[in-house]
Design a protein around this ligand. Sequence first.
Ligand code: ASP
Length: 328
Amino acid sequence: MRPSILIIHTGGTLGMAAASGSQGLVPGPFLDRLLDHLPELREIADLELEVPFNRDSSSLEPSDILQIAGHIRDRHSKYQGVVVIHGTDTMAFTASVLGFTLSDLNIPIVLTGSQRPLSFIRSDARGNLIDAVTLATREIPDIGICFGDYWIRGVAANKSSVHRYCAFDSPNLPHLAEFGLNIQFSPHAGKFERNVPSGVGENLESAIAVYTPHPGMPWEPAPPWAKAVLIQAYGAGNLPMGRPDLVHLFEDANARGLPVVVTSQCASGGTNLATYDLGKRAAALGAIQGGLHTKWAALAKLGLCLGASFDIETVRKAFGTSWAGEPV
Ligand code: ASP
């Protein structure tokens, strides 16, 4: 029996065209006709295309991402796999949210997009789409980004290049698959424990204050709107704990009941707050170790924890547990 694949187009460069009278790229009108442009996709599977919205991914809101998740959950039982066409700018965040909220569906969910629009010469869109639809037929229950030469688990992914056709990497987890003459799957593709706590997925909170320190940066307490803090610390989790304004940030967050998660500015490796005295001092003030979480996985997990009204100790436990195959 031929596999049935659902393609959900949400926007991004893949479907864009040059706007008349300007140099900028805008969402193009031709996506409804995507399958007319790429008839060879139909050789791989029976396809249905849906377009819940068509936007540059840098304009997406949490409600849009939950809409994509809900759309897939509602329809998945009719399909062997799902392909989500998405802009590259926030694809790693959406892939993290989908990775956490849809891991129980046990079907391949493949996000893809392109660096050049489908209608442009030398576009990477055609190859990425063909690879993504092929992956979606393979019955490997993982949720990841198919781009350039690789399939990368969404909860471990990061956009690493504005111009390379291999635009995403997975610095703390080997690729799920590599595309060459054949598709070379890694042994861990589709294999991870599902530990997402119940209650996760209804809401995605984005009121998270993110700090990326540089030497001498003044520290302000989290703004009044913040419901949590994410600090992208130096290296293994070091922060200038001798700074009274930083200590005040922690004390203020504690008084307000805000979780403070500490990840690393470095793409590869993660935080271990026990390594240095400065990390230990942050931990003593309540810092939650973000470990190997990418910035996007950390924001997604924190947003989902807050959306589920988890208390600080439950958030701490969440960052010490791999919910859906993310390195922790
Ligand atoms: N700005 C675009 C987007 O994220 C970039 C891309 O798709 O490559 O929608």
